[in-house]
Design a protein around this ligand. Structure first.
Ligand code: UDP
Length: 242
């Protein structure tokens, strides 16, 4: 088992991208349902206020560090995490691998248009991925039973849940959801896979500045983002006062 590194209440796996990919590939063919979460600073802040969310994250089979803010916190706390492993990169790598290691997929979440486009593109570019179905994430709460039933019946190897956090992690942890090999909360990944939303340019990604790119593209996020540097203050506080 790889080392866990606690960062402000969340236990992150200290794992390289390559090892995370191996592990996720194995999850797709396992006998019991595995969960993958990719917390960023916003998750940490939400988990501080929502104990059930924190518990869900800490029960994840892979808890990956998705966000430069988490890496910075780990350095402030002198418990540096090996590598940042972004959910979108992991998904792309699994899709790339599906030629050799085929798997079935269900996509839940994002708009209907983006879901359909993402499914189409995956089908075209990754024929090793068998898309069992997709469903947009703008359904009424009364429809959730039916959706979970459908997923259980289809029994996908991989369930991608893009409902925004913490809703997607709570959906994955729902005890009614039983019949998939691996479920992962993917945030805006379906939008990117659809081709309708672009990733930040590589240079900005390398510099850990994709939050800036996202802010410029979606200024309505400013209200949410303004809280994020708070995690650095919490980390400093923990380092100094314990
Ligand atoms: N989303 C959804 N239903 C909702 C709210 C959000 O399907 O009720 C989708 C949204 O379309 C997007 C994804 O959830 O594809 C992630 O949302 P957001 O960008 O807010 O989350 P983040 O990536 O910041 O976690």
């Amino acid at each position: 088992m790889q080392r866990k590194i606690p960062i402000l209440g969340i236990d992150f796996d200290d794992i390289s991208f390559a090892a995370a990919l191996e592990k996720s590939t194995a999850f797709l063919k396992g006998n019991s349902m595995k969960t993958i979460f990719t917390p960023n600073p916003e998750f940490i802040l939400n988990a501080r206020k929502d104990h059930s969310f924190k518990e869900i994250l800490n029960k994840g089979d892979l808890v990956l560090c998705d966000g430069i803010g988490v890496i910075l916190c780990s350095r402030i706390l002198k418990r540096p995490i090996k590598e940042r492993v972004r959910g979108i990169d992991l998904i792309k790598a699994l899709l790339e691998r599906s030629e050799k290691t085929p798997f079935s997929l269900f996509i839940l979440g994002s708009s209907e248009e983006n879901c359909r486009m993402a499914a189409l593109k995956i089908k075209e570019n990754h024929p090793g991925t068998n898309i069992l179905g997709f469903r947009d994430g703008y359904y009424r709460s009364e429809e959730e039973d039916e959706i979970i039933d459908m997923i259980n019946k289809l029994s996908p190897d991989l369930l991608m849940v893009a409902l925004g956090s913490p809703r997607q992690e709570k959906f994955i942890a729902d005890s009614r959801l039983k019949n998939c090999r691996c479920a992962i909360g993917v945030g805006g990944t379906v939008d990117v896979l659809s081709g309708n939303v672009r990733l930040a340019p590589q240079l900005l990604r390398k510099l850990g500045l994709e939050w800036l790119y996202r802010l410029i593209c979606e200024p309505r996020r400013a209200g949410r983002m303004i809280r994020l540097p708070l995690v650095l203050l919490y980390a400093l506080h923990e380092r100094i006062w314990g």
